[in-house]
Design a protein around this ligand. Structure first.
Ligand code: 2AM
Ligand code: CA
Length: 263
């Protein structure tokens, strides 16, 4: 695990520094769908990350946002789940809230998560059973026990208004029940903010596995709770996620259920 962590950190740092050097200098911007964008820096970051990992682990499998899944790999093999640039919309607008997210899965279980925010020089790392750190210091979730004293975050994928259970109702409902709901545009960083106690909870619908793979392990290793929106097991394929400090989890689950039922 030490070598895996070293390589994951190195890949994240290399891609993060590239991103930092390219803020405000996007050369190409394509639309994956109506409001879902990808830049040359997303693609260059992913190539750099995969090249770095392959130099040490040439036989591992990858699931990465821009290049997808590699075919021909055994399910039991180690798999690297990569979002080379989480918060692309922020990046493209020079809004400084984006990161590199690298998760490592072995036999279907997340064993390592690394999230690097190059602008803030913050690297969040968690290794299964070993706790979570921010720049090498142990982190843990907050101690707040009630929703009405909590600060949360959520996010809105680009096609959210077309989805049946869209998030606006939940956003309105929960905003009226707590100190506030931030919408900052990087699910991986939002999860790390829950892990480090800056936020008490985060939820979002329809995320992709690479948005949550690393961050969900970091929250758990920091003592938090990660489920789907109904308090069931997290399914990275469906991408509905609720992460909290554990203490406000039931209250948020009830509030989300109420907001959906009220539709
Ligand atoms: P991205 O910047 O890597 O695209 C914002 O609410 C969060 O949703 C970000 O983490 C963003 O990741 C992610 N996101 C954006 N478009 C998405 C899509 N079509 N499906 C799933 N997640 C998406
Ligand atoms: Ca991305």
């Amino acid at each position: 695990m030490e070598k895996i962590e070293k390589v994951a950190r190195e890949a994240a740092l290399r891609a993060g520094e590239l991103q930092k050097s390219r803020v405000g200098k996007v050369k190409s911007l394509d639309y994956k769908s109506a409001f879902n964008i990808v830049t040359d820096v997303d693609k260059a970051s992913e190539a750099l990350i995969i090249e770095t990992i392959k130099a040490s682990f040439p036989h591992d499998a990858f699931l990465a946002e821009e290049s997808g899944a590699e075919s021909g790999k055994q399910e039991s093999e180690r798999r690297w789940i990569i979002d080379p640039l989480d918060g692309t919309t922020n990046f493209a607008h020079s809004y400084p809230f984006f990161c590199v997210s690298i998760g490592v899965e072995e036999k279907g279980e997340m064993v390592l998560g690394v999230v690097y925010n190059a602008i803030a020089s913050e690297i969040f790392v968690a290794s299964r059973g070993q706790g979570a750190t921010l720049n090498g210091e142990k982190i843990s979730v907050s101690n707040r026990t009630t929703l009405d004293t909590s600060l949360l975050a959520t996010g809105f994928p680009p096609d959210t208004l077309k989805s049946v259970h869209h998030n606006m109702d939940s956003f309105r409902t929960i905003t009226n029940m707590c100190h506030g709901v931030r919408r900052d545009g990087s699910a991986a960083l939002d999860l790390c903010f829950v892990a480090s106690g800056r936020l008490d909870g985060f939820w979002e619908r329809k995320l992709a596995p690479w948005d949550v793979a690393a961050g969900s392990l970091i929250v758990r290793e920091a003592g938090g709770k990660v489920t789907n929106l109904e308090d069931g097991p997290l399914d990275m394929a469906s991408g509905h996620i609720l992460a909290t400090n554990g203490k406000i989890h039931d209250e948020v689950v009830k509030a989300l259920a109420h907001s959906i039922a009220a539709k």
